[in-house]
Design a protein around this ligand. Structure first.
Ligand code: SF4
Ligand code: SF4
Length: 156
């Protein structure tokens, strides 16, 4: 077993990467790579495949991926690079490598179903803008997430 690759082999998408021949069609169609030439999903996939997963998990650029799936649609080998990147982000989160700002936002959503609390001030602003008032209680998403283990996992 290659060092560091074991957890990914449980993801069916990772096995599709065996067909990858590094043609780079994924990277050349990636909207993030268009804006940031240093962002290279093909390189992440290659590093993970050869056992350099830790380096990928610690790279903050892993979080630049928008999960738009363009790379996956362009792949001539029907590999599933976008799903592998999602798996890598999940692993990075489990290992404590996720950016703190992202974790803070995820904790808010997990607790309340929203990125910020709705209070009287927000609803007065909404009224001024002609928008309907929002319920100040925890939203339905927060109630659903409270039934999962997400909050505990985010607390580490
Ligand atoms: S497009 Fe597919 S085959 Fe080409 S480098 Fe990306 S994942 Fe590999
Ligand atoms: S899913 Fe991520 S890596 Fe793939 S094209 Fe979209 S932004 Fe780029």
């Amino acid at each position: 077993m290659q060092q560091g690759t074991a957890p990914l082999t449980g993801w069916p998408a990772f096995n599709t990467m065996r067909a990858c021949y590094q043609c780079a069609k994924c990277t050349s169609g990636c909207p993030v790579a268009t804006l940031d030439p240093e962002y290279n999903p093909r390189r992440f996939l290659r590093l993970a495949a050869i056992g350099e997963k830790e380096a990928v998990l610690k790279d903050e650029k892993l979080w630049y991926c928008l999960a738009c799936f363009t790379c996956q649609e362009r792949c001539p080998e029907e590999a599933r690079p976008a799903e592998v990147l999602l798996a890598l982000k999940n692993l990075a989160c489990e290992r404590g490598f996720a950016p703190e700002a992202l974790l803070a936002a995820a904790r808010l959503v997990a607790a309340d179903g929203r990125l910020y609390n709705i209070d009287e001030f927000h609803n007065e602003y909404r009224e001024d803008e002609g928008l309907p008032a929002l319920d100040e209680e925890t939203g339905i998403l927060g109630k659903l997430l409270a039934l999962t283990s997400l909050q505990g996992r985010l607390e580490g």
